[in-house]
Design a protein around this ligand. Structure first.
Ligand code: SF4
Ligand code: SF4
Length: 194
């Protein structure tokens, strides 16, 4: 490909065509470009237990892995470095990257919330040295402004973990370990996911 704008355009189209819902570009350490990708996620894929997942969840993880691998191959074939971080990575936190890349904003439930998909996005990232433009691309630039006037997640929490502008993690933990995801479920966005 002739220039990085062409590569970026190609990657955006490829990512959105191969199963991702949103994609955005940001930088870390003031200079390292990161491609942040959001895949569909449903709390229904977790079987009321944090370590049991359904076939559907496995399929989504497999789709995301293949897509990340393809993206890194494109970048490397153009002479750039590329390292991937899958949705199952336990290192670091995708949320600041997703917000910086314009994929949503910080929700009152502590998750990233997007106008179309609420908090039902599973994030992955590719780190590269390709000089990609930090910009909102594809269908990603949808900040969830409705969060300002909404308290659905706070009201739905059975442990009353969001009180007095604080997140009480010790109230959440006993519920969350049994698979509670009420605060995620109620933040649904405009688009129906299956
Ligand atoms: S449920 Fe409402 S308040 Fe909670 S994160 Fe989603 S949009 Fe924001
Ligand atoms: S996981 Fe359940 S208990 Fe924890 S904050 Fe969300 S709704 Fe409340």
């Amino acid at each position: 490909m002739e220039n990085t704008a062409e590569i970026q355009n190609h990657l955006t189209n490829k990512i959105l065509q191969q199963g991702a819902l949103v994609v955005g570009y940001t930088i870390i350490r003031q200079k390292e470009p990161v491609i942040v990708i959001g895949f569909p996620f449903s709390d229904q894929w977790i079987l009321n237990h944090p370590f049991y997942i359904t076939k559907r969840f496995g399929e989504e993880v497999w789709t995301s892995w293949k897509l990340l691998r393809d993206v890194t191959q494109v970048l490397r074939s153009e002479g750039y470095s590329a390292d991937l971080k899958t949705p199952l990575s336990v290192f670091g936190d995708f949320r600041p990257l997703a917000v910086a890349a314009g994929l949503g904003n910080w929700g009152k439930n502590g998750l990233v919330t997007n106008t179309n998909y609420g908090s039902r996005l599973l994030f992955a990232a590719v780190f590269t040295n390709a000089p990609l433009q930090v910009s909102l691309t594809g269908n990603s630039g949808l900040i969830n402004e409705s969060c300002d006037n909404c308290t659905l997640c706070i009201d739905a929490c059975p442990a009353k973990a969001f009180q007095n502008n604080r997140f009480h993690k010790m109230r959440c933990f006993p519920k969350a370990i049994r698979g509670c995801s009420e605060c995620l479920q109620v933040c649904r966005g405009r688009v129906q996911l299956h």
